[in-house]
Design a protein around this ligand. Structure first.
Ligand code: GDP
Length: 454
């Protein structure tokens, strides 16, 4: 998905550059691109629908006053919503920083049940978690394998448990998974282990016997955490597996493995939405320390294939004098005349934000490259020229541009170091803009500048 979504969005940002604000029409166009990109990335259809609906909601209600272009504002909204979809929200609906760690709030030993298909990475993740709990949470950890169908799986757990520095409880293929679990739990209690990690058998596909077995283990062990381990590279299969496990077990969290090999990133979106539980960790390598707390914000950036979009969005909001932007919007809404002073104010706000090209620098390279540096430079030059021309006008001229006739034009042009035709052009564009402003709530600068440049 990385390149696809970024590609689609950058094309869109470009086509929207001439547009002054977020409208029903351009949002629709953008959402079509987002929908396509997400479907291509194997995100489940209901998840895509829900996501698109939320972006639409936010976009139509968004203040674009002062932001670069509606296109970029929309990209910011998509980024934020991606993070919100994959991450955890607090009571106020804000994205929580970082991921939720393993819940150990229970009488020790805290039992953690690992569920998932064969090959998902359960055994590897069990050892990675053991290491995490030992090093970061200072816990005494025991592991046990309930995979009585594959002796090699039991041996594998023994090996990786040793690498993690945890203890391993032996089991054999002739035992019942339930008996193994009970014996391990008893051992953990008597030897004061804080945590018991239970690796389970996975089949290649969902089957009822497997589900019945893990449900029985769950009922026996009453784990404080039931983690669904899923391979991020599985695409649509990951979605079906997630559904089946969610129906069979009261899951408490997800571990998304092999994120290092996943180029499209869609699994995280689907799995979070379908299971309804937090993605707690991400597997990022085969090695025992290849486990990270899942960071939705960062993953959203990865999914978008973007540079520092967050910094860009912050920059846009920081530079804007929200007070005067709002005053301007109110004024326009109330139908008061838009004067050259208002025009100047808008130009100054653009400048305060560091100018167009400074903002362009913060855009991800894929997008910036396509936006066209020349056009940006020309727009900035025009912006400077317009500011100069308005500065050469008297207060009265700025309020009543209709009094600016030949003599005044000449004086203004001289003062600004431009030709009379530049003054004419500015006045023409100003008039057009005033008409346009009458028809809309705010913004408009960009469209106008584009016309002036062209
Ligand atoms: P299980 O059958 O669910 O227990 O899966 P395993 O733990 O045996 O893992 C299956 C394969 O995936 C092994 O080759 C692991 O090394 C590999 N694997 C597990 N987690 C990750 C990960 O996060 N990144 C990568 N690249 N490989 C992983």
């Amino acid at each position: 998905m990385a390149s696809t979504l970024a590609d689609r969005l950058s094309r869109l940002v470009k086509t929207m550059r001439g547009q002054a604000r977020i409208t029903e029409t351009n949002v629709q166009e953008m959402l079509r691109e987002v929908r396509m990109a997400l479907l291509e990335a194997d995100v489940a259809l209901p998840v895509v629908r829900d996501f698109v609906a939320r972006v639409k909601d936010k976009a139509l209600g968004a203040e674009v006053v002062g932001s670069l272009t509606p296109g970029q504002a929309l990209v910011g909204i998509v980024h934020k919503e991606l993070a919100a979809t994959m991450g955890e929200l607090d009571e106020k609906g804000q994205l929580k920083a970082g991921a939720s760690d393993i819940n150990l709030h229970t009488q020790p030993p805290a039992v953690i049940l690992m569920a998932g298909l064969q090959g998902a990475g359960k055994t590897t993740t069990t050892a990675k978690l053991a290491k995490h709990l030992i090093e970061k949470r200072k816990k005494k950890v025991l592991t046990v394998s309930g995979d009585v169908y594959r002796p090699a799986a039991i041996e594998q757990l023994k090996t990786v448990t040793a690498q993690a520095g945890a203890e391993w409880f032996p089991s054999t293929p002739d035992q019942k998974p339930r008996d193994i679990a009970l014996a391990a739990l008893d051992h953990a209690r008597r030897h004061y282990f804080d945590v018991l990690l239970v690796d389970t058998a996975g089949r290649l596909a969902i089957d009822e016997a497997l589900m019945a077995e893990i449900r029985e283990l769950h009922a026996t062990l009453k784990p404080v955490e039931t983690l669904f381990v899923v391979d991020a590279m599985q695409g649509q299969d990951a979605i079906n597996t997630a559904k089946a496990f969610k129906e069979a077990l009261p899951l408490t969290g997800v571990v998304l493995t092999k994120l290092d090999g996943d180029s499209r990133g869609g699994a995280a979106l689907s799995v979070r939405a379908i299971t309804g539980v937090p993605i707690k960790f991400a597997g990022v390598s085969e090695k025992i320390d290849g486990l990270e707390a899942f960071n939705a914000e960062r993953h959203a950036g990865r999914v978008l294939g973007m540079g520092d979009i967050v910094a860009l969005v912050e920059e846009v909001t920081k530079g804007v004098d929200l007070e005067s932007a709002k005053a301007m919007a109110d004024k326009i809404k109330s139908g008061d005349a838009f004067t050259l002073d208002d025009f100047l104010l808008q130009l100054q706000q653009m400048k305060k934000m560091g100018g167009l090209s400074s903002l362009m620098d913060k855009l991800p390279t894929q997008i910036a490259a396509k936006a066209g540096a020349n056009e940006m430079e020309r727009a900035e030059r025009d912006m400077r020229r317009m500011t100069g021309i308005i500065h050469s006008m008297t207060k009265l001229e700025r309020r009543k541009p209709e009094i600016i006739k030949a003599t005044r034009k000449k004086r203004i042009a001289n003062g600004a170091g431009v030709q009379v035709q530049d003054v004419n052009r500015l006045l023409n564009q100003f008039e057009q803009m005033r008409d346009m402003m009458k028809k809309m709530k705010g913004g408009g600068l960009f469209k106008m500048m584009k016309k002036m440049g062209g």
